[in-house]
Design a protein around this ligand. Structure first.
Ligand code: PLP
Length: 396
Protein backbone atom coordinates (compact mmCIF):
# COMPACT_ATOMS: atom_id res chain seq x y z
CA UNK A 1 0.00 0.00 0.00
CA UNK A 2 2.90 2.36 0.50
CA UNK A 3 3.14 2.53 -3.30
CA UNK A 4 -0.05 4.56 -3.28
CA UNK A 5 -1.33 7.74 -1.76
CA UNK A 6 -3.71 6.66 0.98
CA UNK A 7 -7.30 7.81 0.70
CA UNK A 8 -7.14 9.66 4.02
CA UNK A 9 -10.78 9.80 5.04
CA UNK A 10 -10.50 10.78 8.68
CA UNK A 11 -12.13 14.05 9.77
CA UNK A 12 -8.77 15.80 10.10
CA UNK A 13 -5.95 16.12 9.65
CA UNK A 14 -7.12 16.25 6.03
CA UNK A 15 -5.07 15.41 2.94
CA UNK A 16 -2.83 18.16 1.64
CA UNK A 17 -3.00 19.27 -2.01
CA UNK A 18 0.39 19.02 -3.77
CA UNK A 19 1.12 22.74 -3.70
CA UNK A 20 0.25 22.91 0.01
CA UNK A 21 2.79 20.19 0.72
CA UNK A 22 5.43 22.04 -1.23
CA UNK A 23 4.58 25.22 0.64
CA UNK A 24 5.23 23.45 3.94
CA UNK A 25 8.69 22.40 2.79
CA UNK A 26 9.87 25.94 2.08
CA UNK A 27 12.91 27.48 3.75
CA UNK A 28 12.15 29.39 6.95
CA UNK A 29 11.79 33.16 6.88
CA UNK A 30 12.21 35.83 9.51
CA UNK A 31 8.90 35.97 11.32
CA UNK A 32 9.69 39.59 12.22
CA UNK A 33 10.10 40.60 8.58
CA UNK A 34 7.91 41.98 5.80
CA UNK A 35 7.30 38.65 4.04
CA UNK A 36 5.75 37.15 7.14
CA UNK A 37 3.78 40.33 7.81
CA UNK A 38 2.26 40.21 4.34
CA UNK A 39 1.40 36.53 4.71
CA UNK A 40 -0.18 37.01 8.14
CA UNK A 41 -2.33 39.82 6.78
CA UNK A 42 -3.41 37.65 3.81
CA UNK A 43 -4.37 34.80 6.13
CA UNK A 44 -6.31 36.91 8.61
CA UNK A 45 -8.11 38.89 5.90
CA UNK A 46 -8.65 35.82 3.74
CA UNK A 47 -10.36 33.97 6.57
CA UNK A 48 -12.83 36.72 7.45
CA UNK A 49 -15.37 35.92 4.70
CA UNK A 50 -15.41 32.28 5.83
CA UNK A 51 -16.07 33.36 9.43
CA UNK A 52 -18.65 35.81 8.12
CA UNK A 53 -17.15 38.66 10.07
CA UNK A 54 -15.52 42.03 9.59
CA UNK A 55 -14.15 41.85 13.12
CA UNK A 56 -10.55 40.99 14.06
CA UNK A 57 -9.31 37.42 13.66
CA UNK A 58 -6.32 36.06 15.61
CA UNK A 59 -3.99 33.26 14.56
CA UNK A 60 -2.36 31.23 17.33
CA UNK A 61 0.15 28.41 17.08
CA UNK A 62 -1.79 25.70 18.88
CA UNK A 63 -4.11 22.77 18.26
CA UNK A 64 -7.82 23.44 17.93
CA UNK A 65 -8.22 22.69 21.64
CA UNK A 66 -5.86 25.55 22.42
CA UNK A 67 -8.20 27.74 20.41
CA UNK A 68 -11.13 26.57 22.54
CA UNK A 69 -9.12 27.34 25.66
CA UNK A 70 -8.37 30.81 24.27
CA UNK A 71 -12.09 31.40 23.71
CA UNK A 72 -12.79 30.61 27.36
CA UNK A 73 -9.92 32.25 29.21
CA UNK A 74 -10.11 35.50 27.26
CA UNK A 75 -13.79 36.20 27.73
CA UNK A 76 -14.71 34.77 31.15
CA UNK A 77 -13.91 35.10 34.84
CA UNK A 78 -13.86 32.43 37.56
CA UNK A 79 -17.38 32.02 38.96
CA UNK A 80 -19.07 33.12 35.74
CA UNK A 81 -22.21 31.21 34.94
CA UNK A 82 -21.77 29.27 31.69
CA UNK A 83 -24.11 26.98 29.80
CA UNK A 84 -22.17 24.24 28.00
CA UNK A 85 -24.39 22.80 25.29
CA UNK A 86 -22.91 19.47 24.31
CA UNK A 87 -23.89 17.07 21.56
CA UNK A 88 -20.77 14.90 21.76
CA UNK A 89 -17.14 14.52 22.76
CA UNK A 90 -16.03 17.97 21.64
CA UNK A 91 -18.92 19.73 23.33
CA UNK A 92 -17.91 17.91 26.51
CA UNK A 93 -14.33 19.12 26.06
CA UNK A 94 -15.37 22.76 25.60
CA UNK A 95 -17.43 22.64 28.83
CA UNK A 96 -14.59 20.88 30.66
CA UNK A 97 -12.14 23.66 29.80
CA UNK A 98 -14.52 26.29 31.20
CA UNK A 99 -14.95 24.23 34.36
CA UNK A 100 -11.20 23.75 34.85
CA UNK A 101 -10.74 27.54 34.73
CA UNK A 102 -13.35 28.03 37.43
CA UNK A 103 -16.51 28.90 35.54
CA UNK A 104 -19.77 27.71 37.08
CA UNK A 105 -20.74 25.40 34.24
CA UNK A 106 -24.15 23.86 33.68
CA UNK A 107 -24.19 21.18 31.02
CA UNK A 108 -27.05 20.69 28.59
CA UNK A 109 -26.47 17.35 26.87
CA UNK A 110 -28.24 16.14 23.77
CA UNK A 111 -28.41 12.46 23.06
CA UNK A 112 -25.37 11.66 20.91
CA UNK A 113 -26.40 11.63 17.27
CA UNK A 114 -28.77 14.57 17.69
CA UNK A 115 -28.37 18.31 17.33
CA UNK A 116 -29.04 20.73 20.17
CA UNK A 117 -32.61 21.94 20.53
CA UNK A 118 -33.27 25.70 20.54
CA UNK A 119 -36.30 25.44 22.82
CA UNK A 120 -34.41 23.34 25.35
CA UNK A 121 -31.60 25.88 25.42
CA UNK A 122 -34.07 28.72 25.98
CA UNK A 123 -35.76 26.82 28.74
CA UNK A 124 -32.48 26.03 30.46
CA UNK A 125 -31.31 29.64 30.17
CA UNK A 126 -34.52 30.76 31.85
CA UNK A 127 -33.44 28.86 34.96
CA UNK A 128 -29.92 30.32 34.80
CA UNK A 129 -30.26 34.09 35.13
CA UNK A 130 -27.09 36.06 34.60
CA UNK A 131 -25.52 33.46 32.31
CA UNK A 132 -22.33 34.99 30.90
CA UNK A 133 -21.67 32.63 28.03
CA UNK A 134 -23.16 29.75 26.08
CA UNK A 135 -20.80 27.21 24.52
CA UNK A 136 -21.85 25.60 21.24
CA UNK A 137 -20.27 23.11 18.89
CA UNK A 138 -20.92 23.89 15.23
CA UNK A 139 -19.85 20.55 13.78
CA UNK A 140 -19.62 17.71 16.29
CA UNK A 141 -16.92 15.57 14.74
CA UNK A 142 -17.48 12.69 17.16
CA UNK A 143 -21.07 12.05 16.04
CA UNK A 144 -21.30 13.51 12.53
CA UNK A 145 -23.91 16.07 13.53
CA UNK A 146 -23.99 19.72 12.48
CA UNK A 147 -25.78 22.08 14.83
CA UNK A 148 -28.09 24.75 13.32
CA UNK A 149 -26.02 27.61 14.77
CA UNK A 150 -28.15 30.42 13.28
CA UNK A 151 -31.26 29.04 14.97
CA UNK A 152 -29.53 28.28 18.28
CA UNK A 153 -27.84 31.67 18.41
CA UNK A 154 -31.17 33.43 17.73
CA UNK A 155 -32.77 31.54 20.61
CA UNK A 156 -29.91 32.41 22.96
CA UNK A 157 -30.01 36.07 21.91
CA UNK A 158 -33.75 36.22 22.53
CA UNK A 159 -33.48 34.70 26.01
CA UNK A 160 -30.22 36.20 27.30
CA UNK A 161 -29.19 39.13 25.11
CA UNK A 162 -26.03 39.73 27.12
CA UNK A 163 -24.60 36.21 27.10
CA UNK A 164 -21.63 35.65 24.85
CA UNK A 165 -22.01 32.86 22.30
CA UNK A 166 -18.77 30.91 21.89
CA UNK A 167 -18.65 28.43 19.02
CA UNK A 168 -16.29 25.55 18.28
CA UNK A 169 -16.18 25.34 14.49
CA UNK A 170 -12.85 23.54 14.35
CA UNK A 171 -14.22 20.99 11.88
CA UNK A 172 -16.87 23.07 10.15
CA UNK A 173 -15.55 26.48 9.21
CA UNK A 174 -14.32 26.86 5.64
CA UNK A 175 -16.38 23.88 4.45
CA UNK A 176 -19.89 25.20 5.03
CA UNK A 177 -21.40 28.69 5.21
CA UNK A 178 -20.98 30.59 8.46
CA UNK A 179 -22.25 34.10 9.21
CA UNK A 180 -20.80 35.07 12.56
CA UNK A 181 -21.82 38.73 12.38
CA UNK A 182 -25.25 38.02 10.92
CA UNK A 183 -26.03 35.30 13.46
CA UNK A 184 -24.78 37.29 16.44
CA UNK A 185 -22.04 34.82 17.38
CA UNK A 186 -19.24 36.23 19.56
CA UNK A 187 -16.27 33.88 19.25
CA UNK A 188 -15.56 31.25 16.60
CA UNK A 189 -12.62 28.86 16.66
CA UNK A 190 -11.23 26.84 13.76
CA UNK A 191 -8.12 24.74 13.11
CA UNK A 192 -5.65 24.57 10.22
CA UNK A 193 -5.86 20.78 9.80
CA UNK A 194 -9.53 20.61 8.84
CA UNK A 195 -11.25 22.48 5.99
CA UNK A 196 -8.15 24.63 5.45
CA UNK A 197 -6.28 21.58 4.08
CA UNK A 198 -3.07 22.39 5.94
CA UNK A 199 -1.12 20.51 8.60
CA UNK A 200 -2.17 20.79 12.25
CA UNK A 201 -0.64 23.60 14.30
CA UNK A 202 -2.61 26.80 13.86
CA UNK A 203 -5.91 27.86 15.38
CA UNK A 204 -7.78 30.85 14.02
CA UNK A 205 -10.14 32.67 16.34
CA UNK A 206 -12.56 35.44 15.45
CA UNK A 207 -14.14 37.61 18.12
CA UNK A 208 -17.02 40.09 17.89
CA UNK A 209 -16.64 43.66 19.21
CA UNK A 210 -18.61 42.48 22.28
CA UNK A 211 -16.16 39.66 22.84
CA UNK A 212 -13.14 41.95 22.40
CA UNK A 213 -14.69 44.26 24.99
CA UNK A 214 -15.33 41.33 27.35
CA UNK A 215 -11.63 40.48 27.17
CA UNK A 216 -10.82 43.73 28.95
CA UNK A 217 -12.97 42.67 31.93
CA UNK A 218 -12.32 38.91 32.00
CA UNK A 219 -10.03 37.73 34.79
CA UNK A 220 -9.26 34.11 33.97
CA UNK A 221 -5.47 33.68 33.86
CA UNK A 222 -3.87 33.83 30.44
CA UNK A 223 -0.49 34.54 28.99
CA UNK A 224 0.32 32.67 25.76
CA UNK A 225 -3.36 32.58 24.78
CA UNK A 226 -4.09 36.27 25.45
CA UNK A 227 -5.92 37.20 22.26
CA UNK A 228 -5.33 40.91 22.77
CA UNK A 229 -1.60 40.29 22.48
CA UNK A 230 -2.15 38.35 19.28
CA UNK A 231 -4.43 41.04 17.84
CA UNK A 232 -2.04 43.86 18.73
CA UNK A 233 1.00 42.02 17.37
CA UNK A 234 -0.90 41.20 14.16
CA UNK A 235 -1.64 44.89 13.67
CA UNK A 236 2.13 45.30 13.37
CA UNK A 237 2.48 42.27 11.07
CA UNK A 238 3.76 39.91 13.74
CA UNK A 239 2.75 37.23 16.20
CA UNK A 240 3.67 37.67 19.87
CA UNK A 241 5.55 34.35 19.90
CA UNK A 242 7.36 32.32 17.25
CA UNK A 243 4.60 30.98 14.97
CA UNK A 244 4.38 27.63 13.14
CA UNK A 245 5.75 29.23 9.97
CA UNK A 246 5.60 26.05 7.88
CA UNK A 247 1.91 25.62 8.71
CA UNK A 248 1.29 29.29 7.98
CA UNK A 249 2.85 28.77 4.52
CA UNK A 250 0.38 25.94 4.03
CA UNK A 251 -2.67 27.83 5.25
CA UNK A 252 -1.68 30.72 2.98
CA UNK A 253 -1.50 28.37 -0.01
CA UNK A 254 -4.68 26.56 1.04
CA UNK A 255 -6.52 29.88 1.16
CA UNK A 256 -5.19 30.79 -2.28
CA UNK A 257 -6.65 27.55 -3.63
CA UNK A 258 -9.92 28.13 -1.79
CA UNK A 259 -10.24 31.64 -3.14
CA UNK A 260 -9.65 30.35 -6.67
CA UNK A 261 -12.38 27.75 -6.23
CA UNK A 262 -14.76 30.20 -4.59
CA UNK A 263 -16.77 29.76 -1.41
CA UNK A 264 -20.00 28.74 -3.15
CA UNK A 265 -18.22 25.98 -5.09
CA UNK A 266 -16.42 24.80 -1.96
CA UNK A 267 -19.69 24.53 -0.05
CA UNK A 268 -21.41 22.72 -2.96
CA UNK A 269 -18.49 20.27 -3.25
CA UNK A 270 -18.75 19.47 0.46
CA UNK A 271 -22.50 18.94 0.18
CA UNK A 272 -22.06 16.70 -2.84
CA UNK A 273 -19.38 14.63 -1.10
CA UNK A 274 -21.50 14.33 2.05
CA UNK A 275 -24.58 13.25 0.06
CA UNK A 276 -22.51 10.70 -1.85
CA UNK A 277 -21.01 9.32 1.38
CA UNK A 278 -24.40 8.92 3.03
CA UNK A 279 -25.94 7.21 0.01
CA UNK A 280 -22.93 4.95 -0.48
CA UNK A 281 -22.74 3.83 3.14
CA UNK A 282 -26.50 3.26 3.27
CA UNK A 283 -26.35 1.19 0.07
CA UNK A 284 -23.64 -0.92 1.72
CA UNK A 285 -26.08 -1.70 4.49
CA UNK A 286 -24.70 0.61 7.15
CA UNK A 287 -27.08 2.62 9.28
CA UNK A 288 -26.20 6.30 9.46
CA UNK A 289 -25.65 7.41 13.04
CA UNK A 290 -26.75 11.05 12.92
CA UNK A 291 -30.28 12.38 12.94
CA UNK A 292 -31.10 12.96 9.27
CA UNK A 293 -32.25 16.54 9.95
CA UNK A 294 -28.75 17.51 11.06
CA UNK A 295 -26.24 15.48 9.10
CA UNK A 296 -22.77 16.94 9.13
CA UNK A 297 -21.50 18.05 5.75
CA UNK A 298 -17.87 17.35 6.72
CA UNK A 299 -17.97 13.95 8.42
CA UNK A 300 -20.38 11.02 8.27
CA UNK A 301 -20.76 8.51 11.09
CA UNK A 302 -22.19 5.03 10.53
CA UNK A 303 -23.21 2.44 13.07
CA UNK A 304 -21.14 -0.74 13.32
CA UNK A 305 -23.75 -3.51 12.96
CA UNK A 306 -24.18 -6.00 15.81
CA UNK A 307 -21.74 -8.86 15.53
CA UNK A 308 -19.80 -7.08 12.78
CA UNK A 309 -16.03 -7.50 13.03
CA UNK A 310 -15.12 -3.83 12.65
CA UNK A 311 -11.44 -4.36 13.42
CA UNK A 312 -10.97 -6.90 10.64
CA UNK A 313 -13.07 -4.83 8.22
CA UNK A 314 -11.09 -1.67 8.99
CA UNK A 315 -7.82 -3.58 8.69
CA UNK A 316 -8.77 -4.75 5.20
CA UNK A 317 -9.81 -1.22 4.22
CA UNK A 318 -6.52 0.13 5.51
CA UNK A 319 -4.66 -2.52 3.55
CA UNK A 320 -6.34 -1.15 0.46
CA UNK A 321 -5.29 2.39 1.29
CA UNK A 322 -8.53 3.66 2.80
CA UNK A 323 -8.01 5.30 6.19
CA UNK A 324 -11.20 5.68 8.25
CA UNK A 325 -11.76 6.91 11.80
CA UNK A 326 -13.33 4.83 14.53
CA UNK A 327 -15.68 6.05 17.24
CA UNK A 328 -14.58 8.31 20.10
CA UNK A 329 -15.35 8.12 23.80
CA UNK A 330 -18.48 6.13 24.48
CA UNK A 331 -18.89 5.47 20.76
CA UNK A 332 -15.64 3.52 20.50
CA UNK A 333 -16.39 0.27 18.66
CA UNK A 334 -19.97 1.39 18.03
CA UNK A 335 -19.54 3.68 15.03
CA UNK A 336 -16.99 4.49 12.36
CA UNK A 337 -16.52 7.84 10.69
CA UNK A 338 -15.63 8.94 7.19
CA UNK A 339 -14.34 12.47 6.75
CA UNK A 340 -15.16 14.54 3.67
CA UNK A 341 -13.69 17.97 4.24
CA UNK A 342 -10.88 20.11 2.96
CA UNK A 343 -9.45 19.18 -0.43
CA UNK A 344 -11.86 16.22 -0.79
CA UNK A 345 -13.21 15.39 -4.25
CA UNK A 346 -16.27 13.42 -5.25
CA UNK A 347 -13.94 10.97 -6.97
CA UNK A 348 -12.16 10.29 -3.67
CA UNK A 349 -15.49 9.59 -2.01
CA UNK A 350 -16.53 7.25 -4.83
CA UNK A 351 -13.14 5.57 -4.41
CA UNK A 352 -13.70 5.15 -0.67
CA UNK A 353 -17.15 3.65 -1.25
CA UNK A 354 -15.67 1.37 -3.89
CA UNK A 355 -13.03 0.17 -1.41
CA UNK A 356 -15.69 -0.48 1.22
CA UNK A 357 -17.68 -2.40 -1.37
CA UNK A 358 -14.73 -4.62 -2.24
CA UNK A 359 -13.93 -5.20 1.43
CA UNK A 360 -17.59 -6.06 2.05
CA UNK A 361 -17.59 -8.54 -0.82
CA UNK A 362 -14.35 -10.00 0.45
CA UNK A 363 -15.93 -10.46 3.87
CA UNK A 364 -18.87 -12.29 2.35
CA UNK A 365 -21.42 -9.53 2.90
CA UNK A 366 -24.30 -9.56 0.46
CA UNK A 367 -23.59 -6.49 -1.62
CA UNK A 368 -23.84 -6.08 -5.35
CA UNK A 369 -20.60 -4.98 -7.02
CA UNK A 370 -20.85 -1.36 -8.09
CA UNK A 371 -24.26 -0.73 -6.53
CA UNK A 372 -23.04 1.42 -3.64
CA UNK A 373 -20.74 3.44 -5.89
CA UNK A 374 -23.64 4.00 -8.26
CA UNK A 375 -25.88 5.07 -5.39
CA UNK A 376 -23.23 7.48 -4.15
CA UNK A 377 -22.64 9.01 -7.56
CA UNK A 378 -26.36 9.25 -8.23
CA UNK A 379 -26.94 11.03 -4.88
CA UNK A 380 -24.30 13.64 -5.63
CA UNK A 381 -25.57 14.19 -9.15
CA UNK A 382 -29.21 14.28 -8.14
CA UNK A 383 -28.58 16.98 -5.60
CA UNK A 384 -25.93 19.02 -7.33
CA UNK A 385 -26.00 18.16 -11.01
CA UNK A 386 -23.02 17.55 -13.21
CA UNK A 387 -21.39 20.63 -11.69
CA UNK A 388 -20.56 18.49 -8.67
CA UNK A 389 -18.28 16.45 -10.90
CA UNK A 390 -16.76 19.47 -12.58
CA UNK A 391 -15.29 20.80 -9.34
CA UNK A 392 -12.48 18.28 -9.21
CA UNK A 393 -10.60 19.55 -6.21
CA UNK A 394 -7.90 22.11 -6.06
CA UNK A 395 -7.75 23.53 -9.56
CA UNK A 396 -3.98 23.44 -9.23
C1 PLP B 1 -15.19 19.85 16.70
C2 PLP B 1 -13.78 19.77 17.19
N1 PLP B 1 -13.41 20.53 18.21
C3 PLP B 1 -12.16 20.51 18.69
C4 PLP B 1 -11.21 19.69 18.15
C5 PLP B 1 -9.86 19.65 18.77
O1 PLP B 1 -8.88 20.00 17.87
P1 PLP B 1 -7.38 19.56 18.16
O2 PLP B 1 -7.37 18.07 18.07
O3 PLP B 1 -6.62 20.23 17.07
O4 PLP B 1 -7.04 20.04 19.52
C6 PLP B 1 -11.54 18.86 17.07
C7 PLP B 1 -10.55 17.94 16.49
O5 PLP B 1 -10.90 16.93 15.89
C8 PLP B 1 -12.86 18.92 16.58
O6 PLP B 1 -13.22 18.14 15.56
Amino acid sequence: VDRFEPNLRIPGPTALPPTVRTAGARQMINHRGPEFAAMLARILEGMKPFFGTTSDVAMITTAGSGGLEAAIVNTLSPGDRVLGVSIGAFGDRFAKIAKIYGAEVTKLDAEWGYAADADEIRERLRSLPGTKAVLLTHNETSTGVMNPIAELAAAIRAETPDALILVDSVSGLGAVPFDMDGWGVDVVVTGSQKAWMAAPGLAMIAASPRAWAAMERATMPRFYLDLREHRDAAAGGETPFTPAIAVAFQVDEGLRIMQAEGAANIFARHEACAAATRAGLAALGFELFADERHYSRTVTAATVPDGFDWKAFNGEAKGRGLVLAGGQGKLTGKIFRLGHLGSVTLEEILGAISTLEVVSLQGGRAVEPGAAVAAAQRAALAAYGIAALAVAGTGA
